[in-house]
Design a protein around this ligand. Structure first.
Ligand SMILES: [Zn+2]
Length: 88
């Protein structure tokens, strides 16, 4: 599976201004999770459900000017990402 998108929210890691979430050592960037989902080796919202993540991403994309339908389409594959498939 492609690793170029965050395996939690689906954002392209190339668009993460911080270049990915930080691992436990505070220096290494994760190759799997963005800085909005992951920091210091842990998820920032450990108990979030996948449907809530989809809502968050839709709202975030809409704030960036995406039409609602396009934002919804972009989040359809989030449940297929590793975090939501028992492979975090
Ligand atoms: Zn993310």
């Amino acid at each position: 599976m492609a690793r170029h998108i965050c395996q939690s929210c689906g954002m392209p890691l190339a668009k993460d201004p911080k270049g990915g979430g930080l691992e436990k050592d505070g220096r290494t960037h994760s190759t799997r999770y963005c800085s909005l989902c992951y920091d210091n080796g842990v998820f920032l919202q450990p108990d979030i459900k996948v449907t809530s993540m989809q809502h968050l991403v839709i709202h975030s994309l809409q704030r960036n000017g995406w039409p609602k339908f396009a934002a919804w389409l972009a989040t359809r594959n989030i449940p297929k990402l590793d975090r939501w498939n028992g492979n975090p």
